[in-house]
Structures are given as C-alpha cells and as structure tokens.
Design a protein around this ligand. Structure first.
Ligand SMILES: CC(C)(COP(=O)(O)OP(=O)(O)OC[C@H]1O[C@@H](n2cnc3c(N)ncnc32)[C@H](O)[C@@H]1OP(=O)(O)O)[C@@H](O)C(=O)NCCC(=O)NCCS
Length: 152
C-alpha cells in the first residue's frame, strides 16, 4: 500500500519503499509511545494512521505528528475519517493537545502530487500554520512542505 505512494507520488519524500522488516521496526518504534491504527476490510489492509513525536525535547511532549495512508482504491470512502477520529480520541486520552501534520505540496497539482491531503486535513479541522518552500526534491522536481495544526 505504502510502496505505491513512495514509488509513484511525491506524497512521501522517501525514494525507496521500506522492506517489510523495516516497516515492522517502524511500527514497533511508534507503538512504544503512540497509537498505530490499521483499517482492515475483509482481511485486507486498506489504510493506516499513526502518531509520532514532533521533537524529543520534553517541552514538546504534548504535541504529536499524525500520518495517514489509505489504499489508493479505497480513497474517499470515509476510511481516512474513521482512522483520524480514532487516532485523535486515543491521543487525547494520553494527554496530547496539539496535532501537527506535514503535507507535501505544490502550487499546481502535477502527475506526482494532488492537493487531496491538504483538503483532507482542512476537512478534519486542521489549519495551515507553516509553508516551507522547495524543501523536498523528488522525481527531479522541488516540492514544498505545508504544516497543518489542530488543537485538541
Ligand atoms: C488523504 C487521504 C488519507 C484521505 O483519506 P480518505 O479515506 O480518502 O478520506 P475521507 O474519505 O475520510 O474524506 C474525508 C474528507 O476529506 C476531504 N477529501 C478527502 N479526499 C479529497 C479529495 N480527493 N478531494 C477533495 N476533498 C477530499 C473531503 O472533505 C472528504 O469528505 P467528503 O468525502 O464527505 O467530501 C487519502 O486520500 C490518502 O491516503 N492519500 C494519499 C496519501 C496521503 O496523502 N496521505 C497524507 C500524507 S500527509
């Protein structure tokens, strides 16, 4: 699921899809402190969402980053909403008050990047708080990074 986005889009700034073992390591590391949620439909993983530390400095302990991926064939069916609602609920329960999502962006959509993630985050009550210009280069093009924030 994730490798599609790594290999064909600028949604993720990784160039190479992680191996299954590496992916497992990432999940393990995440779940030491944060939720990692998976949406399964009839035995098939159709989406996942997780949180992470924005920074390990202690004053940031009430702030978490959020990430989400929905299978390309299952988008716009409410799965992202389902995952983010549950993630938020659990983060709230553990005392997190600030959510931050870093979203790859470009002024005009191109064959590698749409504005879907921005639209999704705005619809979930996030607001754009930062715009970093041309910080990621992928497929020989420069992409911006927008930060969206939501106060719980
Ligand atoms: C962004 C993403 C997670 C959204 O998940 P989803 O399951 O498709 O989202 P939902 O169906 O819950 O949509 C919720 C709302 O978000 C907005 N939205 C989501 N996708 C949209 C799109 N393509 N165009 C316009 N609005 C969109 C709409 O307001 C939508 O509500 P509506 O369908 O009632 O109009 C999904 O498109 C995805 O995985 N994209 C690729 C990976 C990615 O960009 N991840 C985020 C990295 S920061």
């Amino acid at each position: 699921m994730y490798s599609y986005y790594v290999e064909n889009t600028a949604v993720s700034f990784e160039y190479e899809a992680p191996t299954a073992d590496e992916f497992v390591m990432r999940i393990k590391r995440t779940t030491e402190k944060y939720p990692y949620l998976v949406c399964v439909d009839d035995g098939k993983v159709v989406g996942y969402a997780y949180a992470g530390a924005y920074s390990t400095r202690q004053a940031y302990d009430w702030t978490a980053t959020t990430s989400i991926y929905v299978d390309k064939e299952y988008r716009r069916k409410g799965i992202g909403t389902l995952l983010y609602n549950e993630l938020e609920k659990r983060l709230k329960e553990q005392g997190i008050v600030n959510l931050l999502a870093g979203v790859a962006s470009c002024e005009d959509e191109d064959e590698y990047l749409t504005h879907d993630s921005s639209k999704f985050h705005l619809s979930k009550g996030y607001t754009q708080v930062a715009h970093m210009k041309a910080v990621g280069k992928k497929f020989n093009r420069w992409y911006d990074l927008l930060w969206y924030q939501k106060r719980l």
